[in-house]
Write a protein that binds this ligand. Structure first.
Ligand SMILES: [Zn+2]
Length: 680
């Protein structure tokens, strides 16, 4: 222990931070510090675990569960700082460090979940009469116990080895799947040298293509299958032949006769997932995954999807016919193909709603929107945000706010909004310090919004505004948390529940009463007009039926790969066609396949979980209906949402928490009502 103590002094990460609110002293942490600190902290944690296991006293909540739930907190904080920085402000040293540290951490957590002595103690507590314990304590015991079982602690040595081998293979196959997709994307591009072919494309997209061409030493403009290039191309390029070329190339990824083909990888992944599930005592991968989700069973997921499909499909068909008519009349296209849908829809949207981004953006200046979100949080949850320039951040563009609820300190919020080198795409929320008894959280939201123009104004598109509200909702879930244990706090909830707090916040972007608070012209400070608000509201439900069917088809496809006997699938393409036969509106393209580029389920974490997008939407639409009914700033409703959902994290079964807030189960029709698909 003396040796360890000396080492602690050597690394700033192992010490208590001597800063305001113990905030992270970013400037003093060097990439090298992480490896040393993580290795040291693992040693310290192992000593703590050893101490728990070698006690002679009978296992109890106090001598086993409590210390176990806290013992790796520091390790999680240190590795969390590393991973967050690697996402938001990385460099080659940090990337190298992350690569070195990842296997060390997975080995540590693996060994921990297979520690038999520890499991025996947890098991004895799990078996005991626990009537006197609080919900939270009971939930914690169950969570720890189930984690052991789900990680294979009960298997014999031979099967444990088999399980680890499968896990290793699966993680490599997932990586290979993603790499193949990337390689297939890279081998294709369109080089345009005739300016006329660019007709219809927005300037930003043309400029991007110009830069790409320069970087490739080519003349003219280069368009690729990367999203920022591909999406606007499919939406706006007037040249139908070029759209077709682009679309087919996109749909071919992972499905060509080359070394990047993903078909066999899919076969292998679904087989291994099934074997893995069987080994652990489950019939299918879906059964294994869903046991630990709000949806609980495959049957529930399928009937949830069927329910939405039944009502939505006829409406989607109506929307489709509408699109067909529009297409015939305006473009003389009788048979809409895959490469026409986004293009024609975009034109139709413009005619229907006369919505032009350039007229909307001036009303959404980033500073005013943030100020508005703070005001809305005050109205809903009595929160106050005060910027503190003295608190260190990891980049000059990152701000840190002290957060107060009814004048009581509640945590820190970091905001990081603009893209830069070393920051990955997208938007996310992360937490540096978790909340628990006696400790307030430090959370961060990271986005990639339009950078400020020369005069210093950052004007957001409407979808950037909703993204900001979304991430802010996650931040509120973290900031308002009031759990006793950090492993159950804030966003540590079941996978299909975590998007409720974020998605519900997006609703305040569409309401007149909340838009009035923050949608003000950046120059004149004039409030957004009612006319524009109506347009935004109408456009938000445009083609919702078709969009819903598209998402449902992905969910069915996901479930189909993980609930059947994999041997029954002989051809990926035929299987996919069979599953999607009633759900596709454009003719099938023989050379294209969805599954071979479905990275969410084959190289991301969404297997048997794609449904959760729609699931969470139902929750947030149903929850928001109560706000609509009682008033979007009704204190009673917001207090109840905070008390029963936001502050509770994962301390109880989410459906129970939801029932406490809503007084009834979520109604899928609430989503259809909000989407304008049904009236009642
Ligand atoms: Zn989210």
């Amino acid at each position: 222990m003396i040796l360890l103590k000396n080492n602690i002094l050597k690394s700033i990460l192992l010490n208590k931070f001597d800063t305001p609110y113990n905030s992270i002293p970013f400037s003093k942490i060097k990439p090298n510090d992480f490896i040393f600190a993580i290795k040291e902290e693992i040693k310290i944690t192992l000593i703590k675990i050893d101490k728990i296991c070698s006690q002679t006293d009978k296992p109890s909540f106090k001598n086993t569960i409590e210390p176990l739930s806290n013992c790796s907190e520091k390790l999680k904080i240190i590795s969390g700082i590393l991973f967050s920085l690697n996402n938001a402000e990385t460099n080659s040293e940090l990337q190298e460090t992350t690569k070195l540290v990842s296997p060390i951490l997975s080995k540590f957590y693996n060994d921990l979940s297979l520690n038999k002595k520890l499991f025996e103690r947890v098991k004895q507590i799990h078996l005991k009469n626990k009537k006197k314990l609080t919900h939270e304590k009971l939930y914690l015991i169950n969570k720890l116990y189930n984690n052991f079982i789900r990680n294979g602690v009960l298997l014999n040595e031979k099967n444990k080895k088999k399980l680890r081998l499968i896990d290793k293979k699966l993680s490599l196959l997932g990586l290979e799947f993603g790499e193949n997709l990337l390689s297939d994307s890279k081998i294709f591009h369109i080089n345009i040298t005739n300016k006329k072919k660019l007709l219809g494309l927005p300037e930003t997209s043309i400029n991007l293509a110009k830069d790409k061409a320069i970087s490739m030493n080519k003349k003219g403009w280069v368009f690729t299958l990367d999203f920022p290039s591909y999406i606007p191309f499919m939406k706006f390029c007037d040249d139908r032949k070029l759209r077709k070329k682009m679309s087919i190339a996109f749909g071919k990824r992972g499905f060509q006769k080359n070394k990047n083909n993903n078909e066999n990888i899919i076969f292998e992944i679904i087989k291994l997932r099934k074997v893995r599930a069987n080994l652990l005592g489950y019939k299918s991968h879906s059964e294994f995954v869903l046991e630990d989700r709000m949806a609980k069973t495959e049957k529930n997921v399928i009937s949830f999807l069927n329910n939405l499909k039944e009502i939505t499909l006829p409406l989607a068909k109506k929307e489709w016919n509408f699109l067909k008519k529009f297409s015939k009349k305006n473009f003389k296209i009788n048979k809409i193909q895959k490469w026409d849908v986004a293009f024609i829809s975009e034109k139709m949207k413009k005619v229907l709603f006369e919505i032009d981004e350039t007229n909307i953006k001036p009303f959404f200046q980033l500073d005013k929107v943030i100020d508005g979100i703070f005001k809305i949080s005050k109205k809903l949850y009595e929160l106050k945000f005060i910027i503190n320039k003295k608190i260190e951040t990891y980049h000059p563009n990152v701000n840190c706010y002290e957060v107060y609820k009814k004048n009581k300190y509640y945590g820190l919020l970091y905001t990081d909004f603009y893209p830069r080198k070393g920051k990955r795409n997208g938007a996310w929320m992360t937490s540096f310090i978790p909340q628990r008894d006696g400790q307030r959280p430090h959370v961060s939201i990271v986005c990639n919004f339009s950078p400020p123009s020369k005069n210093g104004n950052s004007l957001l598109s409407f979808s950037e505004v909703t993204t900001l509200f979304h991430e802010f909702g996650h931040a509120l879930h973290g900031l308002l948390a009031n759990s006793k244990y950090s492993s159950l706090s804030g966003t540590s909830v079941l996978w299909d529940f975590v998007e409720l707090p974020s998605q519900i916040m997006e609703n305040w972007c569409y309401q007149e009463d909340s838009l009035k608070i923050f949608a003000k012209h950046f120059n004149s400070n004039k409030k957004i007009s009612k006319k524009i608000i109506r347009k935004i509201q109408k456009a938000s439900i445009f083609q919702k039926g078709l969009e819903t069917i598209r998402q449902l088809s992905y969910s069915y496809l996901d479930m189909s790969f993980h609930s059947v006997v994999p041997n029954k699938i002989k051809s990926i393409k035929n299987h996919e066609k069979d599953i999607l036969k009633d759900l596709q509106f454009t003719p099938d393209i023989k050379d294209n396949c969805i599954s071979t580029s479905f990275s969410h389920i084959f190289s991301g974490g969404y297997s048997s979980g794609y449904y959760s997008y729609k699931w969470a939407e139902v929750l947030d639409a149903d929850a928001f209906e109560l706000f609509i009914e009682k008033g979007i700033f009704n204190k009673k409703v917001s207090n109840s949402f905070c008390k029963n959902i936001l502050s509770r994290g994962g301390t109880e079964d989410p459906m129970k928490l939801y029932l406490k807030f809503r007084g009834k189960k979520p109604d899928p029709k609430a989503l259809l009502r909000r989407s304008g698909l049904i009236l009642k």
